[in-house]
Write a protein that binds this ligand. Structure first.
Ligand code: AQP
Length: 385
């Protein structure tokens, strides 16, 4: 079935995007730069790029700048032969209690967003994690080599349960609240990456710790059973941590209770202007980039810098004679203009009744399944299963 030529929305067909020579050079440069800062060597001939996002709500600006925009850039600049796999990691969403109709809807919204931002099913396998059972099969196998000590030191389970960072497993609050799924979530994430033998994983800074854990787990497995998994390298986005508009010392998050703390990719220009206008800043008269002491205004400067491809210093010098209100207005317009076509594509995809999203998901899961099964065959042979 040729999905490329079948669907046209708003006069725009969802076909493969051209790979310009410039993009290709940028991509190669990015990989090369990052490879040189790691000890692991990966063959240029076997690049596999994998990443995932949880269906816990429509993605926000942090997800976009920290992950999704990078995924699309990597896809558009990828050389022939690079494997690209992107997953809506629905099993991870189960680490907190879910309502079935809500989750079903969130999955669809997330899938539509991945296409709306520019992932191209003709180039990338886009799939739901739960459609590829090898992810959970490898999760079990990796859990037999994953270190409990390492997992207990990780921050995610503590922050999700709102426990202090120095909490350990002996702590009574941890014992009462912690479930095995939340605790072992990084093992499933390692399986997501390793089952596709990913060499490069584009993520936001908050995922660096999980990537290190994946490498550690791959190493433990390889040491015991033979060299099956490449050690995946994190491709950390330049937008490391986009901060909350209401609590700018916390990262922007889908699950924060205050919806004004984040801009969603589906927000209208009016929503965007309202949220930026209400963003918590300070009363200092002079504009200054100082994330430690002035996190609110620094967050706005950083966001603008990411959209305009400038440094924070350049943004500050451009706005040094302007009011904070003028800066806010400019940031809001910049974001609104950038997100407008994404929002239009998103709405068209969500309203489409032809089964297009399901077709793309089926196509993506077939590719992902066959890729994962090749790994599982080797893993099982190595284990004697
Ligand atoms: N604020 C952020 N700044 C930069 N990057 C971010 N990412 C998330 N928040 C920011 C990156 O987005 C990708 C997908 O994240 P995820 O949904 O799988 O999980 P998350 O990191 O837990 O994201 P949220 O928004 O905070 O979701 P909830 O509230 O459900 O936990 C990742 O690459 C992440 O780095």
């Amino acid at each position: 079935m040729d999905l490329k030529t079948r669907v046209v929305y708003n006069g725009q067909s969802f076909t493969k995007l051209g790979v310009s020579a410039r993009n290709r050079v940028q991509f190669e440069g990015l990989i090369q730069h990052r490879r040189s800062s790691h000890s692991t060597k990966t063959s240029a001939a076997h690049k596999t790029i994998f990443s995932g996002i949880q269906p816990t709500g429509v993605p926000h600006l942090g997800n976009y700048l920290g992950a999704l925009r990078e995924w699309v850039q990597l896809q558009n600049g990828a050389t022939e032969g690079t494997k690209l796999l992107f997953s809506v990691v629905d099993l991870h969403a189960l680490t907190v209690p879910q309502d079935a109709p809500w989750l079903r809807n969130c999955k669809k919204e997330m899938f539509a967003t991945l296409l709306a931002v520019g992932l191209d099913p003709a180039r990338s396998a886009i799939f739901y994690q739960s459609d590829v059972s090898a992810h959970t099969e490898l999760f079990w196998i990796l859990s037999t080599v994953a270190s409990m000590g390492y997992l207990s030191r990780m921050t995610q389970w503590k922050s999700k349960l709102q426990l202090p960072e120095n909490t350990n497993l002996e702590d009574s609050a941890a014992r009462a609240k912690l479930r095995l799924g939340l605790f072992s979530y990084p093992v499933l994430q390692a399986a997501d990456i390793l089952v596709h033998r990913a060499t490069h994983v584009p993520v936001g800074e908050d995922q660096r710790q999980h990537l290190e854990f994946s490498r550690n787990t791959a190493n433990s497995f390889n040491h015991l059973y033979g060299s099956i998994f490449p050690l995946p390298e994190a491709l950390i986005s330049p937008a490391k941590r986009v901060m909350s508009f209401k609590e700018p010392t916390l990262k922007m998050s889908k699950s924060h209770p205050d919806e004004r703390s984040r801009i969603l990719l589906s927000d209208t220009p009016e929503d965007i202007h309202r949220k930026i206008k209400g963003a918590l800043t300070d009363s200092e008269p002079q504009l200054k980039y100082d994330p430690d002491n002035r996190p609110g205004v620094s967050n706005l400067i950083e966001i603008l810098a990411h959209f305009e491809g400038k440094s924070c210093e350049e943004v500050v010098s451009e706005f040094q004679h302007s009011s904070l209100g003028a800066l806010k207005g400019h940031v809001a317009s910049r974001i609104a203009n950038h997100l407008q076509p994404i929002r239009e594509r998103y709405i068209a995809l969500i309203e489409n009744k032809t089964g297009y999203l399901e077709d793309v998901a089926n196509q993506g899961s077939q590719v992902a399944r066959s890729n994962a099964e090749r790994t599982m065959k080797q893993v099982k042979e190595a284990l004697g299963l």
